[in-house]
Design a protein around this ligand. Sequence first.
Ligand SMILES: NC(=O)C1=CN([C@@H]2O[C@H](COP(=O)(O)OP(=O)(O)OC[C@H]3O[C@@H](n4cnc5c(N)ncnc54)[C@H](O)[C@@H]3O)[C@@H](O)[C@H]2O)C=CC1
Ligand SMILES: O=C([O-])CC(=O)C(=O)O
Length: 312
Amino acid sequence: MRVLVTGAAGQIGYALVPMIARGVMLGADQPVILHMLDIPPAAEALNGVVATTDVVEACTGVNVAVMVGGFPRKEGMERKDVMSKNVSIYKAQASALEAHAAPNCKVLVVANPANTNALILKEFAPSIPERNVTCLTRLDHNRALGQISERLNVQVCDVKNVIIWGNHSSTQYPDVNHATVKTSSGEKPVRELVADDEWLNGEFITTVQQRGAAIIKARKLSSALSAASSACDHIRDWVLGTAEGTFVSMGVYSDGSYGVPAGLIYSFPVTCSGGEWKIVQGLPIDELSRKKMDATAQELSEEKALAYSCLE
Ligand SMILES: NC(=O)C1=CN([C@@H]2O[C@H](COP(=O)(O)OP(=O)(O)OC[C@H]3O[C@@H](n4cnc5c(N)ncnc54)[C@H](O)[C@@H]3O)[C@@H](O)[C@H]2O)C=CC1
Ligand SMILES: O=C([O-])CC(=O)C(=O)O
């Protein structure tokens, strides 16, 4: 399989490329050909990892495109503050992917604002099926699993089915209402084991929402290794399938499920099989969740309008 990584000379790219090469993304038995794109000003770093600065060469024949290229936010910024720089890149690269990628190429947008960049890519590449354009919220999902595992002092692999709803931003809604933990006496609901709704409805949510900002504050750079690792998780589950009874969070094109306006790239709980994702249906939604799901949808509608105004 041919895998495109844009922004390959950057922080995330530097961590991501060797993970893909050693099979973390597509499995140990899957041969991969890496297409690594960056821009001419990254010339020095290019000597380290990057194969090309030609977008057409980079996109030609790729089966998987991991779009990391763009500008990261700095301390004190919201992710949408990098909007004007990044959406124009996604408009331009949409055309290159549409014209040159392999049919059925799977696209994962990582660069922020991730949902809105993905939406712009989708809208300017009309012949790429909408189900093939996704954005990364798996990092938030993994952060939520991590918070629960620390709180309960259990292994992170024993916690499952948290959900990130909505935008990869501080309005995202990390939801534990359907999450469980594997224990010696079977699977137990996270709410029952934590037994502290005040923490689950308060500090837990804000910690996950603000984790990206906390890392920037501490490191003066945004998360890179965890972002690369989550990008591998996202593509691996999409291509190779999710485990029975497990769902994961992916930013996908809304079909109106759960009352989320169609036409936004919104993070939903999904299962994957045969290379296709499917939104988990029928989960009961309580009043608090409804409000938080609507607030993050509202932000995405506003971002969409802002993105179009940046492209005028
Ligand atoms: N969705 C998520 O969970 C996360 C998203 N991010 C976002 O990922 C993006 C990349 O982050 P880092 O690797 O830390 O940034 P970075 O600045 O270290 O690397 C970005 C790379 O993209 C390159 N680039 C810029 N314009 C390009 C273009 N038109 N085509 C190809 N390459 C281009 C730059 O030269 C640079 O090498 C940022 O937007 C950041 O905010 C970061 C962490 C998590
Ligand atoms: O917060 C940022 O700007 C980088 C990012 O998306 C994350 O770490 O979740």
